[in-house]
Design a protein around this ligand. Structure first.
Ligand SMILES: NC(=O)c1ccc[n+]([C@@H]2O[C@H](COP(=O)([O-])OP(=O)(O)OC[C@H]3O[C@@H](n4cnc5c(N)ncnc54)[C@H](O)[C@@H]3O)[C@@H](O)[C@H]2O)c1
Length: 348
């Protein structure tokens, strides 16, 4: 077997912890180093696998002898970290959104193009079986000419305080679906209109509670994307079963001239639920990073597997900077629409 790849991680937070575990569980990779400005957090995550700990990204790239890096820090620092990775010639997987705005993505493109270092975008929905099979069905013509797409992504608000002042509802949630709908229907988006419902989440964190975005494609098709923190707390805040992550209320429906395809991951369509007197109702989040036989499987592990293959085989990233830019351009237009209250035109 080829030598294990030395993979580093920047950002030992919520999603970084999953990436660390997935890398460490792979037989063909080692989690070589973790970099976080919070040393305690990095050290705690690194300890079980003996990964080196850094607080300074420049030292991390200079000393850790990496074959690849997963950048899972907040999006406002992705650009500077991608520049360091490019200078060190280290292929990178950058969590979504790859940058807060298209200018940030252009800067990452410029830094990496000059060195030829590959960049993969961490759009995990591309690796969900339901999303991928829906895309395949639409490509096969099951719907005929696409008329409308509806996407919903809704969670409890428990996670929002850590994004206060750092991100927005559309960068956290909307970007997943802007990428999905533009992937499923790869026609340029020419107009974006967004409106926000604001309540408790907005008052406490500045994030919009729920955003409804409509997109118009150049061929006349439309999409409706809902992104919200509007599920009641008990739905996703529980302590038992200990191994369950909370589910969301998600769906993706495509309707066309000849038919429809629907990936129902909604409130009433959860595969695994529990209801007991002590804790009430829970639904298990078995999307993205379920655990099977003590290992993380599912979409996030598939995303990391694709990243490892890209490094080993020198292939193009399955999700690249063009995809990242397309999704972030829609985020930017939707946020401009939220600010002005008006539809925003995009150059096809
Ligand atoms: N793919 C997904 O489903 C998914 C899920 C969650 C988050 N994300 C994305 O991942 C990124 C991180 O989100 P999170 O929820 O893990 O956030 P988080 O706040 O839980 O973790 C971020 C970590 O980065 C560290 N950090 C901050 N600035 C840093 C710097 N300059 N250098 C090194 N480390 C730094 C913080 O100390 C923290 O440990 C965001 O861009 C987010 O949108 C993606």
């Amino acid at each position: 077997m080829a030598e294990a790849l030395r993979i580093g991680l920047i950002g030992a937070g919520a999603i970084g912890a999953w990436h660390a575990r997935i890398v460490a569980e792979r037989p063909d990779a080692v989690l070589a180093a973790i970099c976080d400005i919070d040393t305690d957090r990095a050290a705690k995550l690194a300890a079980p696998w003996g990964a080196a700990v850094f607080t300074d990204a420049a030292a991390f790239f200079a000393e850790a002898a990496l074959d690849g890096v997963i950048i899972a820090s907040p999006e406002r620092v992705h650009e500077e970290q991608a520049r360091l990775a490019a200078a060190a010639r280290v292929p990178m997987l950058i969590e979504k959104p790859v940058a807060p705005d298209p200018a940030g993505i252009a800067a990452i493109r410029a830094a990496t193009a000059s060195t030829g270092v590959p960049v993969m975008a961490g759009h995990v929905e591309r690796f969900e079986i339901g999303s991928a099979q829906l895309k395949a069905a639409v490509d096969e013509g099951v719907c005929g000419k696409v008329v409308t797409i509806a996407a919903r992504r809704q969670f409890v608000a428990a996670d929002t305080p850590r994004f206060k002042g750092l991100s927005t509802t559309l960068r956290i949630l909307g970007v997943h679906d802007f990428d999905l709908v533009a992937w499923v229907h790869p026609v340029p988006v020419v107009q974006v209109y967004a409106a926000a419902g604001r309540g408790r989440v907005h008052a406490e964190t500045g994030l919009d509670d729920h955003v409804v975005t409509t997109l118009r494609f150049a061929d006349g098709a439309i999409a409706l994307v809902e992104s919200g923190w509007t599920l009641p707390a008990p739905y996703g805040v529980f302590s038992a079963p200990a191994s369950w992550s909370p589910a969301g209320n998600n769906r993706l429906d495509v309707f066309g001239a000849l038919g429809m395809v629907s990936n129902d991951m909604s409130l009433r369509g959860q595969q695994l639920v529990a209801f007991d007197e002590a804790a009430g109702f829970r639904a298990a989040g078995i999307r993205h990073q379920p655990i099977l036989n003590g290992r993380v499987v599912g979409a996030l592990a598939e995303e990391v597997a694709a990243f490892i293959r890209m490094i080993r085989e020198g292939t193009e990233p399955l999700v690249g900077l063009d995809d990242a830019e397309r999704a972030v351009r829609i985020v930017e237009a939707a946020e401009a629409s939220l600010a002005s209250g008006l539809p925003v035109r995009l150059d096809g």
